[in-house]
Design a protein around this ligand. Sequence first.
Ligand code: C2E
Ligand code: CA
Ligand code: CA
Length: 557
Amino acid sequence: MEDVLHVLLPLLEVEQGIVTACNGVFTEQIGYQPQAIIGKPVASFLSHLSSEKHQPLTLKQFLAQAGRAPHGMLACAQLTDNFHYPLPVRIHCAGTRDAGRFRLCFQILENKSLDPITGLRNGWAIRCRANHVLEMANRRPVNLALIVLSVDNFSTINFRYDFDIGDLFLTVVGQKLQTLIGEKGLVVRYSNAKFGLLIEEHNGVSSSVFSERVLRLCNKLCQMGDAPIQLSADLAIHRSFSLGVSAEGICYPDYHAMEVAAEDALQDAKKVSQSNYVFAEKQIGSGIVYHKLIIDAFPQAIEQYQIQIHYQPQYALNSGRLIGLEALSRWHHAELGHIAPDVFVGIAEEIGLHFEFDLWVVQQVCRQIVAWQETRVPAPKVAINISFKTLEMSTFIARLEHILQQTQCPTPLVELEITETANAHNVSQLRENIVQARRLGLSIAVDDFGTGYSSLKLIRTFCRSLDMVKLDRTLIENICKTELDREFVHQIIALSKVLNVKVLAEGVETAAQAALLHELGCDYAQGYYYHKAMPAEEIAHLMQAMQDSAPQADLLR
Ligand code: C2E
Ligand code: CA
Ligand code: CA
């Protein structure tokens, strides 16, 4: 029995509470090299698992009795392994020799730290280790870097060969990474073809020397992709690697912040080219923390009306008449300053508040239209940006109708601007909502036309329910400079005439652009050439001035 245990289970020899030897299984399964534990008190890495209900003895009691106890005595404990995560184990004394000397056998009850495909540690393990090191960094300075490595175009290996070859490729890459890093850090596989390398330096080297080392390592990792990876005698596969690295010389508050930073850098690396590495931004305040602050502050910003709606005028190109306004949200945060609407609208979608936010904007705009009307300001139609995700909601129309009734806002004065921002999951609901909105008397515009590959598909799908197409600013930018852009816009205008929808050009910044658009048959325009988005009071003055002055064409400077 004792021999079997010796071969199968991790085993320690203990004398007077101090480890004197361990077997190979212990090293292999638990991760400690013999030199790291021999001579150490066994209690320094083995602790009592208090959550275990059927605990026959505390660890202390167990160890105290171990030298005298009979075979097979069980106790549950927690073994903090080399990488600083707890492994629940059942320990038992495999037999006593003489007083104070005994053998402890372990049975690992659960090991959450291993990746079954490559045999490497996993994302859970790297998090435990990094958080432990970062915690230690409060007491003793330590250099730490996280490299997230992704195999470029890995999925094609699974397609071309099969999943077994894909797994083998990951295993061999894992081994290569492990060899390259050696004792300097921890190599893990997160998921799919993504690996993490946590590089540690505890010997008090300066952060610039450490950064140099990390940089050299990144070069070596990228060079790994220069030659094919040999999987067997007759199979070698060539792939490059992209790397994202946590910022140099920054002590992150926790592993999560570090991983997000390295992941962001990896996405940037992939954008540039393959076999490339990018370091994360130095100021952690810029990306992650800023993002988190906005997420935290956003719900309150809606509740407390901290977001204001500004309005950008839209004009008819032939008469100079004001034909509409676009509602654009503005948020000035007391500490964060001006937050761009595309940033917080994106966050609203991320945290599922887009529906409530878009309806909140609709309500504010409807109230404003009615307020203008009550003061006899001749309000034109107001266009409201509605997220694609909101348009898919089954209760959208009911909520919209409720707001229109509650505010008594005339429906012909409201336009919904739709942009294809995300993949639509519920196209039939979306289509139904657009048709219903139109039945209520609202008009529909397709925003940002010319960006995104499926805008054409969008107007094809909804052509019977559309009133207007808005040409994106990027299409207008160069119409006076390049023949191609001019022709492109010309063709889109022609297409809109076929579909019987009006065309509005966004981002018109010069008189020459406005004149050319008019010549090309574009109906309306909006942009800094006329006005930026303005608060409601300024719009009231503008509309009043327009009413007082005639002809209105004078407003087109
Ligand atoms: P958008 O719908 O394409 O709005 C037009 C953007 O172009 C606005 O930016 C506007 O200020 C800017 N712009 C207008 N004329 C010119 C010009 O001549 N030159 C240049 N360079 N820019 C011009 P803004 O206000 O920063 O809004 C950005 C985006 O955020 C909007 O793009 C829209 O997609 C979104 N957004 C803004 N407010 C809301 C809102 O209340 N709800 C939703 N769902 N999205 C909103
Ligand atoms: Ca818009
Ligand atoms: Ca737009």
